[in-house]
Design a protein around this ligand. Sequence first.
Ligand SMILES: [Zn+2]
Length: 297
Amino acid sequence: MYEVIFAADRGFYVSSFKRKPDEPYTKPGCTFCAIRDRDPGVFTRRIHMDEEAIVLMNIYPYSPGHLQVIPPRHVEKLEELSHEELAYLMEYLQRSIYLAQETLKPEGYNIGINLGEAGASIPHIHIQLVPRYDNNPSLGQDKIHDIYLKNLDMMKGVERDIRMEDGSEPKIREIGEEVIEGDRIRVGLSSKPYNRGHMILLMPRPFHKETPDRLARIFFTAVKYKAVLERAYDPDGFNIGMNLGKVPQGSSRALHLVPRFRRESGFMEVIASTRIIVETLDEAERKILELVTSSPP
Ligand SMILES: [Zn+2]
């Protein structure tokens, strides 16, 4: 079972950067740095900008109200962010959820980070927040920008009591754990992986109920396990993300860490909605456990 979002605006964008195989990944100049520096030549729909976080509306959205939370400093690897920088981004991600929740009233969200060759078109780290709806509201980008700007004071509120219907907890094969302030984060391989090595970190509370500081520590735990997956599989990139609320129907306590491989796709994925994983779960478990035991993350 899979869902479809029709995001027509994005088509113009993605066809603008078709890359030849031998071209380097990074393009000269960085759109997000230009936005940070208020370059008048770059069109943007800014929501918030301070010394530590930038919140923009994605101008080629997946869905109405799609936001991006970005560190002002040009960083291409999650591990290069400081704890303070990441905690601040998490805080603004939560504030952005609150703003979207109170104004556009979606049924849920996808949160995601694309690393390396896993779908990121701008290498400067950015966290995507994609509101999900039963029925997409027919509001234009200008109108949504207006709504967001008019309600910006909501982002500043400290009380962010968001209620969201949660999906069921995904099944994992446990391979490790991290204890944060007495709470156990369970780390395991997904029993229904998108790719080999697909890991899930199960948090004690839903994303929107956690503190930014603890979220930063949980994301850095994912970064440590990403290093294990790099040693095990040498993937071309990673997707890190979460599904919150009723429409994505995920668990808002599950942080997914998914290695991406350029050449592992085919008609079964595309036509039969079925993933082919080129390794058994037992093999993956053995391989990862061996690495985790020989040098703990
Ligand atoms: Zn940049």
